[in-house]
Design a protein around this ligand. Structure first.
Ligand code: PLP
Ligand code: MG
Ligand code: MG
Length: 614
């Protein structure tokens, strides 16, 4: 897995003259997006967690870009005027921890090149293409083992021609270390290009690194060093890249049901990867990274730990309810919807001593009444749902959990449909355990349930007799801590998708995700209000993630007909879930854009019109 990239972007672009005097070449736009920004997006979509951009000429442009892409770190090559590309790679080198992509900033390319390099079993691979006739070709020469011997612009001198240098490579940290040792050993090497340093440390020339060339004969790519190359890139190459990449698009289905939610194509494709035994350290490292990042979204990883299971959200809830009540403890479950009722049901199945605090599914909880029950002194543990997906009601945990803590209770919270959709800080909220799943606001695939646990409370479970087995939180935690493995087979490919979903959540940020959801929700609320439809829960108590809409009065209303019409337009909607009140529900969780919600409204209006509602 390639987790980092370096983009060498220090150059002055002198061959463009005035054009790039006050702007780095990478910021030249093709089809509305700067070349380097498009490259950053492709790297993120292909699983790169951190992009280190070596800057120089007009560095401020890159610092601005970094503000929009949290995964970018810029590093300045102050001596850019006196070095060449290796000088810029050199300032980035200290940040590299493992295998990485090395790219030039002035490229447009088909993202398949990144996939080919990532899938190549060899550690050091330079991407090459067949003839481009770009008139600035750099030719790669190889020995019989396909290990690079030379890179040169002098075609006539090349003996074993291996292709034209694209400007994208996959390299190991060991190779980079060798490049750095070579580069810094002699001051006369200061103006070397990185490709010549690569050739110098190649085992074909007495170095220690086997550096291979991988040629894609008809690869669509262009480098842009001057006006003629830019014209060629725009007119000949970009249309090919755009077409090639569009062939990978997966048919879009907009899921307006409350999970599993709509995912990006990059999350879908992250599952397509080499087979791996989940007991390999490489996979353990991936699960560990996922766990830490899942914690970091909502808590300080030095105080909280995420414990993961193969299973749905209910598995996480069941693990939490059946693991977190002490052997002689008593649980109070707040039930104001199906998911509160489900936690009570789980507790009863495990014969846990329990009372239920019932509350209306569409009105706020009576805090005083709840406080009176909590302070009766009977309880060790409080269970509550953060966002009742049944109705879209958001419970005020910022009041309830600190109150429960004040009376000494441990708080366990079903955050399945809240986590990742809105900013939350578990410690500030007074939440000791929070459950969620890979497939709701995280926009990953279904199959991983997890619990973010306060370490202090988790460690207390060490000597409790086990009430459960597969779902035991402490056992799962301590086994992973010791071995970097789960006790039982994890959903391997789902973890690769989760990793990609986490990368994309960090890129969007949870704050912005909440804003996007709120924009979608407002479009929906405006639309249904105009159709004369009513919502079950008052707007101010809603989450903005799902809206329960009272069904129209018309006797012709038929959920299935409405569903089928929506589905024929690519939208999936969901029935209500309250026994006695008739609603249907529209969720906006997952990778849903406001313009898609805006397209859904006329579809719903057409249906409502057809039954005489509006
Ligand atoms: N808890 C809440 C609040 C939910 O919204 C859901 C699913 O919608 C669940 C638990 C159960 O999740 P799953 O269906 O993945 O088991
Ligand atoms: Mg060039
Ligand atoms: Mg160039």
């Amino acid at each position: 897995m390639i987790r980092q990239a370096i983009i060498a972007a220090g150059g002055m672009g002198t061959r463009f003259g005035e054009f790039t005097k006050e702007m780095p070449k990478g910021f030249i736009e093709i089809d509305g997006i700067a070349m380097v920004e498009r490259s950053v997006r492709k790297l993120i979509a292909n699983g790169v967690e951190e992009i280190i951009i070596g800057t120089g000429h007009c560095f401020a442009w890159y610092d601005e870009l970094a503000k929009r892409y949290p995964c970018i770190r810029t590093v300045r090559n102050d001596n850019y005027a006196n070095t060449s590309s290796m000088g810029t790679v050199a300032v980035c080198a200290p940040y590299i921890k493992g295998d990485f992509f090395l790219l030039e900033s002035d490229l447009i390319y088909d993202a398949v090149g990144l996939k080919v390099l990532a899938n190549d079993p060899r550690s050091n691979v330079i991407l090459a293409s067949g003839p481009t006739h770009s008139e600035d070709e750099v030719y790669l020469e190889c020995n019989g083992d396909k290990i690079i011997t030379r890179s040169t612009k002098d075609k006539a001198s090349v003996k074993q021609h291996a292709g034209e240098l694209v400007g994208i490579s996959k390299l190991s940290k060991a190779c980079l270390d060798e490049m750095m040792a070579f580069y810094t050993a002699d001051a006369s090497r200061i103006k070397m290009d990185y490709e010549n340093v690569l050739a110098s440390v190649s085992s074909a020339n007495g170095g220690h690194s086997d550096i291979f060339v991988r040629k894609i004969e008809y690869y669509a790519w262009a480098e842009v060093d001057n006006k003629a190359m830019l014209d060629r890139a725009i007119t000949q190459i970009w249309p090919r890249i755009a077409e090639n990449e569009s062939l990978w698009n997966v048919r879009r289905e907009v899921l307006l049901n409350p999970g599993p939610s709509t995912t990006t194509d990059s999350v879908k494709y992250a599952q397509v990867c080499a087979d791996i035994c989940p007991r390999e350290l490489e996979f353990g490292n991936l699960m560990e990274w996922c766990g830490i990042e899942l914690t970091r979204f909502v808590a300080d990883p030095s105080k909280y730990t995420t414990v993961m299971f193969g299973g749905s959200g209910t598995a996480a809830d069941e693990a939490m309810v059946s693991s977190c009540v002490p052997p002689d403890g008593k649980l109070l479950v707040v039930d104001n919807g199906s998911y509160g009722a489900r936690m009570a049901k789980i507790a009863s199945v495990y014969h846990i001593n329990m009372d239920v605090f019932k509350s209306s599914p569409y009105e706020p909880i009576d805090i005083n009444a709840l406080e009176n029950q909590i302070k009766s002194g009977h309880y060790t543990t409080l269970a509550i749902v953060y966002h009742e997906t049944t109705t879209g009601l958001l419970n005020p945990l910022e009041i309830i959990c600190p109150m429960a803590k004040k009376y000494g209770l441990v708080t366990i919270c079903d955050a399945v449909s809240a986590y990742g959709g809105m900013p939350m800080d578990l410690e500030a909220l007074g939440i000791d355990f929070a459950s969620s799943t890979s497939n709701k606001h995280l926009q990953g695939m279904a199959g991983i349930g997890f619990i973010v646990c306060k370490n202090e409370e988790l460690l207390k479970q060490k000597d409790w007799p086990m009430r459960n087995y597969y779902l035991n939180i402490y056992d799962q935690y301590q086994y992973f801590l010791k071995t970097k493995q789960t006790r039982f087979t994890p959903p391997v490919q789902t973890f690769y998708a989760l990793r990609q979903a986490i990368i994309e959540t960090k890129q969007e940020t949870i704050e912005k995700r909440f804003e996007r959801y709120t924009s979608c929700w407002k479009i929906l609320v405006d639309g249904i209000t105009q159709m004369g439809l009513d919502m079950l829960v008052k707007a101010e108590h809603q989450s903005h993630f799902i809206t329960a809409i009272l069904i129209p009065k018309s006797p012709q209303y038929d959920f299935n007909q409405m569903h089928d019409l929506a589905r024929s337009h690519g939208f999936t909607i969901y029935p209500g879930k309250l026994g006695n009140i008739n609603t249907f529900r529209i969720a906006n969780m997952g990778d849903i854009r406001p313009e898609e919600m805006a397209r859904f409204i006329p579809v719903l209006r057409d249906y409502m019109h057809s039954i005489g509602q509006c």
